[in-house]
Design a protein around this ligand. Structure first.
Ligand code: PMP
Length: 449
């Protein structure tokens, strides 16, 4: 990394080719729609690549290119790719059993860790995906209140189930004070569910007050990412989460924090600990198990009573698999070990990276904006000084972002589709320095194109 300020790089071609990925992509597309197994991967730049191996903060693609990865499995790999302690625990567990369809002691250990770390967590159920955990939380909210409607926010992603795959990218028009029309993001969705979702603009406390004054008696729960992280990274305004908490308490609605991204990433106790606002129930996934498919719904004791006595169904063949929980227990052990200094490391390396990128941007006079937290931040092409909600995010130049992602990929740096950077403790000072230089070169090629 340059120590005397950013160097203007030449942006010369790197000679990287993606030929084998391209050929494999053609073969895959014949067998698999789009050649990918999750639609988010369709947006990969320069096109969906094939990877051969991963280690620390690096990926190696099938063309032999080394890539500094800031996608990190879309968030899970907070400890880096293939963290040794997690792999050792998993190998040990593989020798004793994979899936018992019965109880095992790791379930208690993992639940104890969660309830110790997460402020709202008095009880826990494990799932495989964040999508399922969110559905469980919604069901719990409806069962507890006897009400139907869920408030969800424009621009938030809470999984791909019909009831929440609404207003993620597509904006609804205004239909009332603080309220937008619900728009499904997918063909083939059940349309009836749209009647039970109320869409608000996030970070707008007055808007939520209006929604409550119009619909209080029918609102079962308010569901939100406590840091909006699926359309760029947007932090809650000062006092916003506190006000949401008060409104839910006053109106008897269940506050659900979807911490699938923020959980274990923005702190060992998630965003609820970082911002000091405790929801009634929260969902976790991603960083909880270092890439093994584990998710959790955790919350107030009483909300789980109808699950305990079977009135609310919560199920899943792969829930609490022994292998997944071995990974989760070891991951949570590491994350919660004060001696490991995970969050200090993330804060200092991420801070260094954000500062380095900002210096390069200033040297280029580029209209590229960086915001978020050191372990979770995003870039957007805009002249705005801050992006505070989806409406503002939507005014940034999305096409320019995709072109720039392709320039970054050409320089060996991979970031997530919406311009999001997921840091890990495996990103070294050297990785950060090389990344900042790569951003410099990528901006040069971007500006020339
Ligand atoms: N909630 C949030 C905030 C997410 O970011 C995601 C996934 N990106 C989900 C829920 C769904 O999780 P999964 O992909 O594991 O179903």
């Amino acid at each position: 990394m340059t120590t005397t300020g950013p160097r203007r790089e030449t942006g010369a071609p790197t000679g990287r080719t993606f030929e084998r990925s391209r050929i494999l992509g053609i073969a895959a597309s014949d067998l698999t729609p789009g050649g990918v197994h999750s639609n988010i991967r369709l947006a990969e730049q320069p096109f969906p690549l094939f990877f051969d191996s991963a280690s620390g903060a690096h990926l190696r693609d099938v063309d032999g290119n080394d890539v500094i990865d800031y996608v990190m499995g879309m968030g899970p790999m907070l400890l880096g790719h293939r963290p040794k302690a997690v792999i050792d625990a998993v190998i040990d567990q593989l020798g004793r059993g994979i899936l018992f369809a019965g109880q095992h002691e790791l379930e208690i250990e993992a639940a104890e860790q969660l309830t110790r770390l997460i402020p709202c967590a008095e009880r826990v159920r494990f799932n495989v995906t964040g999508t399922e955990a969110v559905q469980a939380a919604i069901r719990m909210a409806r069962a507890a209140t006897g009400r139907q409607k869920i408030v969800k926010f424009q621009g938030h992603y809470d999984g791909w189930a019909d009831s929440v795959l609404v207003n993620v990218s597509s904006r609804g028009h205004k239909v009332g004070p603080g309220r937008l029309a619900a728009v499904s993001e997918t063909l083939g969705a059940e349309q009836a569910v749209l009647g039970d979702v109320i869409i608000g603009e996030w970070n707008d406390a007055l808007g939520l007050e209006s929604i409550f004054s119009d619909h209080a008696s029918s609102i079962a729960g308010v569901l939100m990412e406590p840091v909006m992280a699926n359309n760029g990274v947007i932090l809650p305004r000062d006092g916003y989460l506190q006000r949401v908490r008060e409104l839910c308490t006053d109106h008897g609605a269940i506050l659900i924090f979807d911490e699938v991204i923020t959980g274990f990433r923005v702190g060992a106790g998630g965003a609820q600990q970082r911002f000091g606002v405790v929801p009634d129930v929260a969902t976790f996934g991603k960083a909880i198990a270092s890439g093994f498919p584990v998710a959790a719904v955790a919350g107030r004791r009483g909300l789980f009573d109808p699950i305990a006595d079977g009135r609310v169904t919560h199920a899943g063949t792969y829930n609490s698999s022994a292998v997944g929980l071995a990974a989760a227990v070891t991951t949570m052990d590491i994350l919660s070990d004060p001696g490991a200094g995970i969050y200090e490391t993330l804060a200092s390396r991420g801070g260094q990276l954000m500062a380095g990128i900002r210096e390069v941007i200033a040297a280029h006079s580029a209209a590229l904006h960086v915001q978020g937290l050191p372990m979770l931040f995003s870039i957007a092409f805009t002249t705005a000084l801050a992006i505070r909600n989806h409406a503002e995010a939507a005014t940034s130049d999305a096409a320019a972002l995709q072109r720039f992602r392709a320039c970054l990929a050409e320089q060996g740096v991979r970031i997530a589709a919406k311009g999001t950077w997921f840091l890990s403790i495996a990103h070294t000072d050297d990785d950060i320095g090389r990344t900042v230089d790569a951003v410099d070169r990528a901006l040069t090629t971007f500006e020339r194109a």
